[in-house]
Write a protein that binds this ligand. Structure first.
Ligand SMILES: Nc1ncnc2c1ncn2[C@@H]1O[C@H](COP(=O)(O)OP(=O)(O)OP(=O)(O)O)[C@@H](O)[C@H]1O
Ligand SMILES: [Mg+2]
Length: 236
């Protein structure tokens, strides 16, 4: 069973057609990665799912329900959330206030406090820094906070746009491990990444996106062994 199904999608910005003929599945409980170079269309794909750019053709369904025309602000109500590539936290608010903003639509105090506890358990440094303004966090801590904010809606499917970009290599692996734990706890993940090696090590399956089109799709373990993939993406 798939939690997300994208079929024959064309999308872009105004007259600029970026994604062409894309079909992608994320299995219920799965961890799917989209890998590709700069400008491949990775961010555009996540923005299309979140109705943040123009869809010309195709369908997007979440647990069998057509979400093609659902507005971004309503997607979290049905179980989707998104950690964008650009900075999404409020630098002048504290860590705690940012997390509270993440669940601003939730009325139940019990749900909010149990979600907060889960975020603090997954990222203990955020609890340590709960009263610190987010603008003074390190790059790694900011990324954890961005993921934490998205977790405050308790999404069944989380979309992640290059969460480890710009982090020191020593921090990248740790954040990948935390993300993989979100998946083993039961959340489905769709991750877009330039860091093919890491993505293929942690994801279950992956799509290669180039020039707005899917070039290949396979189990991540098979792609890790493929000579062509090693030559193009893993030899750096
Ligand atoms: N607002 C926009 N208007 C027109 N074209 C855009 C817009 N945003 C992005 N593009 C173009 O869409 C293409 C895909 O961009 P996108 O940001 O999806 O790539 P990406 O795979 O996420 O790259 P990166 O790894 O650098 O983040 C690029 O050619 C880009 O110039
Ligand atoms: Mg991008």
């Amino acid at each position: 069973m798939n939690i997300l199904e994208i079929r024959d999608l064309d999308s872009g910005y105004g007259k600029a057609l970026i994604l062409q003929d894309l079909s992608i599945d994320v299995k219920e409980g799965g961890f799917t990665a989209i890998i590709g170079p700069n400008g491949a269309g990775k961010t555009t794909l996540l923005r299309t799912i979140f109705s943040l750019c123009d869809l010309y053709k195709g369908t997007i369904s979440f647990r069998g329900k057509d979400i093609t025309r659902i507005k971004a602000e309503n997607l979290s109500d049905i179980g989707l959330n998104y950690v964008p590539q650009e900075e999404s936290i409020f630098p002048s608010l504290t860590v705690f206030e940012n997390l509270r903003m993440g669940s601003v639509k939730e009325k139940s105090r019990e749900k909010i406090s149990s979600r907060l506890e889960r975020v603090y358990n997954r990222f203990p440094v955020l609890e340590k820094r709960h009263g610190q303004s987010a603008g003074t966090l390190s790059g790694g801590e900011r990324q954890m906070l961005a993921v934490g904010c998205a977790l405050m809606t308790d999404p069944d499917l989380l979309l992640l746009d290059e969460p480890t970009a710009g982090l020191a290599p020593t921090l990248v692996e740790g954040l990948f491990q935390d993300i993989a734990k979100l998946n083993t706890e039961g959340r489905s993940l769709l991750l877009v990444e330039q860091n093919a090696k890491m993505a293929l090590q942690y994801a279950h399956e992956a799509y290669i996106l180039e020039g707005g089109r899917i070039k290949q799709h396979d189990d991540a373990a098979n792609l890790l062994k493929s000579e062509e993939i090693i030559k193009h993406y893993l030899s750096v």
